[in-house]
Design a protein around this ligand. Structure first.
Ligand code: KIV
Length: 296
C-alpha cells in the first residue's frame, strides 16, 4: 500500500533519515536527485539516498521564469505527491522564497507545516551566515535542515544572475557561509555553482556532508535536477549537468508519430478497438480506460 503524506513509511520500516545522511560524511557519496511527482519519485527512490522536492519545480514543471514565485501550497502539493512514491530515501522539501527569511519563528511555522502536511523528514533553505540563527532555531526544535550556499537561486536578483559564486576573493564568504550552517546544526549543505577547489576545501573543513551541484566530485554527495539529467527541460544544457538520457527528444518523436498515425488513421489499429461482445460474457461490459486498466 502506498504511504499517506503524514506517515511516509510504515512505523518501524527502515527509511533513510537526515541522521543517516549526516553519518555519510567522508563515506560513499550521497546520491541525491530532485523529484516532483509520484511516478518519478518511485523511479528515483530505487537509487537515491535523498530525494529533494526542490523549488526548481516552479521553473521545471510550472514554466516560471525563476523560483521566486513558488508558494508554500505548491511545495506542499508536490511534497505530498513525492511522499506517496518514496519508501526508502530520505525526503527533503525546499522552503520557498519568503517563507523563512523574516524571523526564526516564521521559518519554524512554515517548516513545521511543510513537514506535517507532506511527511518530509527535513527542509532545505537557502543562505549562509545570515540564516545560521534560523537553522539553529529549527534544529533545536526538531526540524532537520539542509543548507544551501554558493549560488542561491532565490537571491538571483541580488546576485545579479545565475553566475558562479566564490571565485577569487569571494571564496572566504562562501566558506564562512558553509561553516556557519554546519555549526548551526544543518545535517548537510548543498554547494551550488562554486569552483571545484573551493568545494573541496569546504568539504574538508566542515563536519557535515557537502552535496555538490556544479561543485566538485570531491563533495560528499551530488544532486541534479531530474528533468535536467533526463533531457526533459528543453535545451537547457548548463556545464554542470550530464545528460543521462534524452527523454524530451524521445517524447517529441513519439508525439509526432502519434499525430501522423491519427492523421493517416493508422491509430487506433484493430487491436486497440473493442469488440461489440466481451469475450466469454456474451454482453457489453463497462471497462475503464484509466491508466493501467487494459480492458477487453
Ligand atoms: O530547487 C532545487 O532543485 C535545488 C537543487 C538544485 C539543489 O535547490
Amino acid at each position: 500500500m502506498s504511504a499517506t503524506p503524514q506517515t511516509p513509511a510504515p512505523y518501524g520500516a527502515r527509511r533513510l533519515t537526515p541522521s543517516d545522511i549526516r553519518a555519510r560524511k567522508g563515506g560513499t557519496p550521497v546520491v541525491c536527485l530532485t523529484a516532483y511527482t509520484t511516478p518519478m519519485a518511485r523511479l528515483v527512490d530505487r537509487e537515491a539516498d535523498l530525494i529533494l522536492v526542490g523549488d526548481s519545480v516552479g521553473m521545471v514543471l510550472h514554466g516560471m521564469p525563476s523560483t521566486l514565485g513558488v508558494t508554500m501550497e505548491m511545495m506542499i502539493l508536490h511534497g505530498q505527491a513525492v511522499a506517496r512514491g518514496v519508501e526508502r530515501a530520505a525526503l527533503v522539501v525546499d522552503m520557498p522564497f519568503g517563507s523563512y527569511e523574516e524571523t526564526p519563528a516564521q521559518a519554524f511555522r512554515n517548516a513545521a507545516r511543510l513537514m506535517a502536511e507532506t511527511g518530509a523528514q527535513a527542509v532545505k533553505l537557502e543562505g549562509g551566515l545570515h540564516m545560521a540563527e534560523t537553522v539553529a532555531f529549527l534544529t533545536a526544535r526538531g526540524i532537520p535542515v539542509m543548507g544551501h550556499v554558493g549560488l542561491t537561486p532565490q537571491s538571483v536578483n541580488a546576485l545579479g544572475g545565475y553566475r558562479v559564486q566564490g571565485r577569487g576573493g569571494d571564496a572566504a564568504r562562501v566558506r564562512a557561509d558553509a561553516a556557519a550552517l554546519a555549526e548551526a546544526g544543518a545535517f548537510a549543505v548543498v554547494l551550488e555553482k562554486v569552483p571545484g577547489t573551493l568545494a573541496d576545501a569546504i568539504t574538508a573543513e566542515i563536519a557535515v556532508p557537502t552535496i555538490g551541484i556544479g561543485a566538485s566530485a570531491g563533495c560528499d554527495g551530488q544532486v541534479l535536477v531530474i528533468d535536467d539529467m533526463l533531457g526533459l527541460f528543453g535545451d537547457f544544457r548548463p556545464k554542470f549537468v550530464r545528460r543521462y538520457a534524452e527523454l524530451g527528444e524521445s517524447a517529441a518523436e513519439a508525439i509526432a508519430q502519434y499525430a501522423a498515425d491519427v492523421q493517416s488513421r493508422r491509430f487506433p489499429a484493430p487491436e486497440h478497438v473493442f469488440a461489440s461482445e466481451a469475450p466469454g460474457t456474451g454482453g457489453l461490459t463497462g471497462r475503464s480506460t484509466a491508466p493501467g486498466k487494459a480492458g477487453s
